[in-house]
Write a protein that binds this ligand. Structure first.
Ligand SMILES: *Cc1c(COP(=O)(O)O)cnc(C)c1O
Length: 357
């Protein structure tokens, strides 16, 4: 535990912050620990950033991100009034928790999911109940049919990579019409069907996406939220009570170019998917249990070897992955999908560890 400063507010004292995967500086690793894309952003994105790096940076960016929202709306077949743009989807999640969940109310989310949901809930004094995934790390619409004042689901889920079919999402929405349902689609471009097409039908549906994973822009911090205009206006009110300019001029230009380069990104996503399937197969041949993944990472265990042990041995061999010191998943590691060459190195290292055992 960090030492408390007497100058800290109660909010700071009580916060239990998220711990991001490390960005190592000590040596070069094969970095498979934070689900970054192994391929660079499209040349069009780099050009757009360079073209924006001029004297206009003295001016504030467009607080409403109008041009970007229009491009995004066209790309996803919705109206610009249905799109909110923000500084990474983490920020959009933080805004959404504040915009749609009351302090003291009870929201529900799976027991194994993106840790940030827990962090935000605690930070905003929102109560939460964890809905357990089954032994195969699955959840059904019926599991979520319990009283709640909000639902948050990652689809595909993290860190498991499991995806819920669109029919289940509709069922969840059908049985929860009074409270906001947030679907976090950070990994949807690697598998599964987006729920954006349901926003007209469900006034309580908010879908969140990011350009960090499938569009290779984790370093740029760009995310989108999709929903009916009243939800988007709610997010606007939060944003404008906090920071009117969350996307800078370079990010606005990069995001627009990324959305326009559809061909490039379908290709890199397809490459990641192929590498994921191949790696899954090879790890299974080595005797690993690997969850079927619809994301750009895989979740795997080897008998009852602790994830921490696998993590450390792999780290010694120059490969960074993630492990979770949490009940039910303490024997698992989460491995981001890299290039074929990087996965070859991972598989060799995993093979060595298995041999030692
Ligand atoms: C990576 C991730 C995010 C955060 O994405 P940013 O846009 O980079 O903030 C949100 N949700 C899930 C489930 C993620 O895995």
């Amino acid at each position: 535990m960090e030492e408390m400063s007497k100058y800290w507010s109660d909010t700071v004292r009580n916060a239990i912050p998220y711990i991001p995967g490390e960005q190592p500086k000590d040596k070069r690793y094969i970095k498979l620990n934070t689900n970054e894309n192994p391929y660079p952003p499209s040349p069009g994105v780099i050009d757009a950033i360079k073209r924006s790096a001029d004297g206009s940076l003295r001016l504030y960016p467009d607080p409403d991100c109008t041009e970007l929202r229009e491009t995004c709306a066209k790309y996803y077949g919705v109206g610009a009034e249905n799109v909110f743009a923000g500084n990474g989807s983490d920020e959009l999640l933080a805004f959404s928790f504040q915009a749609f969940f009351n302090p003291g109310s009870t929201i529900i989310f799976p027991d194994i999911t993106y840790t940030f949901y827990l962090v935000y809930a605690r930070f905003y004094n929102i109560d939460f109940r964890l809905v357990p995934l089954n032994a195969e790390f699955e959840i059904s619409a019926d599991d979520l049919a319990r009283e709640n004042e909000g639902i948050v689901l990652a689809n595909p889920n993290a860190p498991t990579g499991k995806v819920l079919p669109a029919a289940s999402i509709v069922k969840i929405l059908d049985s929860n019409t009074d409270n906001v349902v947030i679907i976090d689609e950070a990994y949807i471009d690697f598998g599964g069907e987006s729920a954006v097409k349901y926003i007209d039908q469900f006034p309580n549906l908010l879908v969140i996406k990011t350009l960090s994973k499938s569009h290779s822009l984790a370093g740029m911090r760009i995310g989108f939220a999709f929903g009916q205009a009243h939800l988007i206006k709610g997010l606007d009110r939060i944003k404008n009570s906090f920071n009117s300019y969350t996307l800078d001029r370079l990010a606005l230009a990069a995001a627009k170019a990324a959305l326009e380069d559809t061909e490039y990104y379908s290709e890199t996503s397809l490459k990641v998917i192929r590498t994921r399937e191949k790696t899954t197969e090879e790890l299974r041949k080595l005797g690993f249990y690997v969850v079927d993944s619809a994301a750009n990472f895989i979740f795997a265990s080897y008998k009852d070897i602790p994830g921490e042990f696998l993590f450390k041995r792999l780290r010694d061999m120059g490969v960074l992955v993630r492990y979770f010191n949490k009940p039910r998943i303490e024997n698992f590691i989460r491995v981001s999908i890299g290039t074929d060459e990087e996965m070859e190195i991972l598989l060799n290292a995993a093979g060595k560890i298995v041999c030692e055992k």
